[in-house]
Structures are given as structure tokens and as C-alpha cells.
Design a protein around this ligand. Structure first.
Ligand SMILES: NC(=O)c1ccc[n+]([C@@H]2O[C@H](COP(=O)([O-])OP(=O)(O)OC[C@H]3O[C@@H](n4cnc5c(N)ncnc54)[C@H](OP(=O)(O)O)[C@@H]3O)[C@@H](O)[C@H]2O)c1
Length: 290
């Protein structure tokens, strides 16, 4: 079987092109889409994600304001800062970068983000709305997965989608989005996790496997049925034989070639699309103000 390697960067470019029309319309109305990214502490990988958000945003004339709050402060200070951003009419979206250090009350912090500015669906109120199928914003990574499927004309209706990973930011919201009664949904969904007994039993039944675990090479070709679509959300920094750092997914890429009908590579698969979905949510938020 020929395996199509999905080009996430090309999909991201197409989305960027579409979004550029909306941003131009907004700018013509004197609305500059603007987001605030808040870091609590200085986690290197989230700082580098913010850097890439800023780079892509600049191509769309989106403004990104970065705030770094020192780790030795408290919840009251962080929530006060978020409330200030909630009230700032020039700011359309707020992103709190993870990880939020464990000394902070994560729940209180996320609940303080205005649901109308919560562009990565971190506020539990918005997450609950995703479960109901009614939401202003869904989290960007599950949206990225759905966008990849849509762009490749892979319809999940009547299909069995097996999601490996049940995190609150990827697996669970994705399951709810795939269950929506309507376009892009109507799938039959199984969610697996670390306590799933006999993972291959489930993955072998899947028409579509989405993996969001954070374990390099967890999913191998012999765990799939022929023709399965494989979407790899995982991003793992591994050190290869030459001592060099390399990003790999959760799928043993070489072993699924010839078995899967489609596969997303890492890097260059879901990741670039995810960032554009975040910006798409921001533009939705900015459009709301028109
Ligand atoms: N491409 C993107 O834009 C993007 C965005 C976000 C995250 N990611 C990547 O996606 C991966 C997952 O992120 P996350 O935040 O969802 O991770 P997470 O919160 O750590 O959740 C991982 C999930 O995988 C499950 N799991 C762990 N080991 C397993 C195993 N051996 N078999 C089956 N399930 C297993 C865990 O099960 P339990 O619940 O039982 O512990 C958990 O549900 C990471 O590599 C992350 O870097 C990528």
C-alpha cells in the first residue's frame, strides 16, 4: 500500500493564506488582532513555542504581547494580571503558557481567563462547552487534528477513531469533537491510555489512530490494520547515536510506511497546523468585537 505522508506545513500555509484575508478585513476596520501570552516562570520549551507563535503572527499582522511573571510571586498577582488583560479592549486573546508551576493554583488561574478571550480553551467553562458541542473556542491541538483530516478529505463519519492519550488538552477534547453530531464528527471513538490492557487490540480495529502520548515509537506498523490513517500528535526530543537532539513523534514512522494509508510526520505534521488554529481562534475572538 502507498502511504501518503501528510504535509502539515503546506496545510498550515493554506490556512495562513485564508486567515490573511480576514486579518486584512479587520485591519481595514482599524482592528489589529492582538494576543497576550503569559509565562509564569521561564520554561525554555514554552518560550520557544511563544517565539514561533510571534514569528508566524507577524506574517499575518497579528500583534503578540509577551508577559513573563516571576515564579516567586503568587496566584493573586497572576489573576490580577489576567483580569487586567481581560479588561483591555485592545487584547482579543489570552494564552497562558504551560507548564504553570505547581506552586500556583492552576484551576483558579485558568478560571480567571475571560471565556471570550480564552483562545486555547484553557478555562474549564470553555472545555465544558466543547463537551456539549457548543463553544466559542476549542483547544488548538485537537482543532489541528481535525483540520488535517478535513484538508486531506478524510471523513470520520461512521469510522472508528482510536485516540491514544486522554489528556485534558488533547485526547479528551478531541474525543468530544469527533463525537459531535454533524460535519467533522459522527465518529465512533475509543480512547486508550496507560491503563488500557492490550493496546494493539484497539489500534488494530481503528480506521483512524490519533496518538498523543509523549512516548517515542509507541505505535508500530504491526499494531495497525492495513489502510489505517495515522495522526501523530506526539513531540519527543530524543538524542540520536551521534549525540544530536532530534524531534520524533509517538509513531514508529518507518514501520507504518506501506501499512498506513496516511501518516503525519514529526516534525512537519500536526504541529504547524496547531499554531495556525490558535491564530484562527484569535481572529474569531477579534471578529466578535466587530
Ligand atoms: N503537535 C502539537 O501541537 C502538540 C500539542 C500538545 C501536545 N503535543 C505532544 O503530544 C504528546 C502528548 O501531550 P499531552 O499533553 O496530551 O500529554 P500528557 O498530558 O502527558 O498525556 C499523555 C497521555 O498518554 C497516556 N499514556 C502514557 N503512556 C502510555 C502508554 N504506554 N500507552 C497508552 N497511553 C499512554 C497517558 O495515560 P494516563 O492518563 O493513564 O496517564 C495520558 O493520557 C506530547 O508528546 C506532547 O509534546 C503536541
Amino acid at each position: 500500500m502507498k502511504t501518503i505522508i501528510i504535509d502539515g506545513r503546506a496545510i498550515a500555509n493554506e490556512i495562513r493564506e485564508e486567515l490573511s484575508h480576514t486579518t486584512s478585513d479587520l485591519i481595514a476596520k482599524n482592528i489589529i488582532p492582538r494576543m497576550a501570552v503569559l509565562h509564569i516562570g521561564e520554561d525554555p520549551s514554552s518560550l520557544s513555542y511563544t517565539k514561533s507563535i510571534k514569528k508566524i503572527s507577524s506574517k499575518l499582522n497579528i500583534e503578540v504581547d509577551i508577559y513573563t511573571i516571576e515564579e516567586n510571586t503568587n496566584d493573586v498577582h497572576v489573576i490580577k494580571e489576567i483580569k487586567r488583560l481581560n479588561d483591555d479592549k485592545k487584547i482579543h486573546g489570552i494564552l497562558i503558557q504551560e507548564p504553570i508551576p505547581s506552586s500556583f493554583n492552576r484551576e483558579d488561574i485558568l478560571l480567571s481567563i475571560s471565556p471570550f478571550k480564552d483562545i486555547d480553551c484553557m478555562n474549564p467553562i470553555n472545555l465544558g462547552r466543547v463537551m456539549r458541542g457548543e463553544f466559542p473556542f476549542a483547544p488548538s491541538t485537537p482543532l489541528g487534528v481535525l483540520k488535517v483530516l478535513e484538508q486531506e478529505n478524510i471523513d470520520v463519519e461512521e469510522k472508528h477513531v482510536v485516540i491514544v492519550g486522554r489528556s485534558t488538552i488533547v485526547g479528551k477534547p478531541l474525543a468530544n469533537l469527533l463525537l459531535i453530531k454533524g460535519k467533522g464528527g459522527n465518529a465512533t471513538v475509543t480512547v486508550c491510555h496507560s491503563k488500557t490492557r492490550n493496546l494493539p487490540f484497539f489500534t488494530k480495529m481503528a480506521d483512524v489512530v490519533v496518538v498523543a502520548v509523549g512516548r517515542p515509537k509507541l505505535i508500530k506498523g504491526d499494531m495497525l490494520q492495513h489502510g489505517a490513517v495515522v495522526i501523530d500528535v506526539g513531540i519527543n526530543d530524543v538524542i540520536d547515536k551521534d549525540g544530536k537532539h532530534r524531534l520524533v513523534g509517538d509513531v514508529d514512522f518507518d514501520s507504518v510506511i506501506g501499512i498506513a494509508s496516511y501518516v503525519t510526520p514529526v516534525p512537519g505534521g500536526v504541529g504547524p497546523v496547531t499554531t495556525l488554529m490558535l491564530l484562527s481562534n484569535l481572529i474569531t475572538a477579534a471578529t466578535r468585537k466587530v
